[in-house]
Design a protein around this ligand. Sequence first.
Ligand code: UD1
Length: 334
Amino acid sequence: MKILVTGGCGFIGSHTVVELLNKNYEVVIVDNFYNSKREVLDNIKEITHKSFGFYEADCCDETAMRKIFKENKIDAVIHFAGYKAVGESVAKPLMYYQNNIDSTLILVKVMKEFDCHKLVFSSSATVYGSPASLPIQEDFPLSTTNPYGTTKLFIERILTDIAHADNEMGVVLLRYFNPIGAHKSGLIGENPNDIPNNLMPYIVKVATKELPQVNVFGNDYDTIDGTGVRDYIHVVDLALGHIKAIEKIKDTAGVLIYNLGTGKGTSVLELIETFARVNQVEVPYQITDRRPGDIAACYADPTKAKEELGWEAVRNIEDMCQDAYSFVKKVKNL
Ligand code: UD1
């Protein structure tokens, strides 16, 4: 089975490509390196000792997308490509709507032209907005608080409408909780160039002394220690969830929705403490004001994915902290 992976050089995309190749799927990557690095291609080869197709192209480029489908008989697509920074999306909503939505519309249009009807979409727990209760189940009400989240929600609706109108179409919407960690090899992982927005990459940059301290955004939430609680999930577990989604959708039509999380909440201070302990490194922090738009706690009920996909996250917070740091130490020769 040949799978096209859009954004296959990105953080979650690259880990998913590795797991697809490990399971002997044929893989074609399309990536424009907007938020990823070319060397990821060599690193995927080094990990898997397998070859795969690659196109440097933007998914908004219809001609380029058509060329990929013309040159390859694609059976299914996993669609990761998209802009993902919440703050930037508030400042540049047009850029976010245009890129994330256009690329998906073009992708699906070309898929249909070439008789490809199976799609796994990279959505986010951000579509649950501020949940009324926890843990979060897939049928909870949906809402968003920023344009990035709204692109995810809109794309979910667009894909649902398309699937309803076409009884051959099979779509899986995967709602990720907070992906962190890295591949055990230390060859692929998350390494943003700028000052990170998300907690784990920030902790890593403090551990490597590129930044002085972690700013903990509020310690007066109604949580175990007052700091925000999230469902951190190892990126390799998340990648394996995509394999299960592909296995499920290949013979099914309609829309299937799954939370991909561990079901366990971890606070900001617990994550900092665990990172410092398992890596034997100092992670200084200070408490600052809350970040506008943040919620107190968010974690998944992952039962549906377990029952219907046979998928479950198995890596713990210690593994996530260790693997994230090993990757960055390797990149920076520390
Ligand atoms: C954020 C996005 C979410 C997106 C996800 C991708 C917001 C409001 N939400 O989720 O839409 O899908 O990233 O992974 O940005 N924290 C600190 N100090 C920091 C950074 C974060 O204390 O420097 C805290 C936050 O307040 C939060 C927790 O750490 O409690 C996790 O934050 P983050 O990693 O940014 O993820 P989310 O906010 O959950």
